[in-house]
Design a protein around this ligand. Structure first.
Ligand code: SF4
Length: 250
């Protein structure tokens, strides 16, 4: 089976994290039984138990991920463990990436790819009214005078940017669509609209943090294209978004 390169970056770093944690546990374990004072032993035993817990969680999570790559279904509890592992170890993986000089963008792309894979295997189905399409403000044409973040209906559908196509798509499938300027507004939208699933378009950085924050809510992340640089006149593939909508709808 061909494991995509994108997923492989995050998975490899996750594996190295597990090896580091296990080595640390082993080191603590040795230290515990070489220390003669009672107090030191108590502290070390607590630390050992804590890190063994993390190592076991990471091991179970990694095994789960590998099984899903071979299309082997997981029990919901195990899926939860996989999700917790990935989210919990994400900051460690990012730090480890710095050590190996792997760019944050690359790791985040890999994380989004892995997240989308994990969302897909959950086979979540929702009603159109429970699905939210979250779009970034930078998709809007820089010359557009209409304020669409407060009300997406203000878009005149002139076709100068992809916003009109996404609104048409949302109308066709009867799903909710919102344009947000950043994480704070996105959080507010999620809080007030209470969707059961989200399709989010954004840059890799915003997508990664959004996915982590929204967890356990399933979020399919779609990276935007940035031909004019970050945050200005960006684009996104309508076909990929439509595939995401079809995946979530009953
Ligand atoms: S499609 Fe809508 S958002 Fe885009 S430029 Fe036209 S009116 Fe503005």
């Amino acid at each position: 089976m061909n494991i995509e390169t994108k997923k492989r970056t995050f998975l490899s770093l996750l594996l190295v994290t597990l090896v580091i944690i296990s080595s640390f546990v082993y080191y603590l374990w040795n230290l515990t039984f070489n220390q003669r004072t009672f107090f030191n032993q108590i502290i070390f035993v607590i630390l050992v138990v804590f890190f063994i817990g993390i190592a076991l969680l990471a091991f179970a999570g990694l095994c789960g991920i590998f099984l899903t790559l071979f299309n082997i279904p997981l029990y919901p509890t195990w899926q939860k463990i996989v999700r917790i592992t990935v989210n919990f170890l994400y900051p460690f993986v990012i730090q480890l990436g710095k050590v190996f000089k792997i760019t944050q963008d690359k790791i985040q792309r890999s994380f989004i790819e892995l997240n989308n894979h994990l969302v897909r295997i959950r086979s979540i189905k929702v009603e159109p009214s429970e699905l939210l399409l979250l779009l970034p403000h930078c998709l809007q044409s820089g010359n557009c005078p209409y304020r669409i973040t407060s009300k997406v209906e203000n878009c005149q559908k002139c076709g100068k940017c992809t916003i009109s196509r996404f609104i048409e798509l949302a109308d066709r499938y009867g799903i909710k669509v919102k344009v947000v300027t950043g994480g704070t507004l996105a959080r507010e939208m999620i809080k007030s609209l209470r969707p059961r699933a989200i399709i989010a378009v954004a840059c890799e950085r915003d997508l990664s943090s959004g996915i982590l924050e929204a967890s356990p809510l399933p979020v399919l992340g779609i990276s935007n294209e940035r031909p004019h640089g970050p945050c200005y006149n960006t684009r996104a593939d309508t076909k990929t978004v439509e595939e995401g909508i079809k995946f979530f709808l009953r």
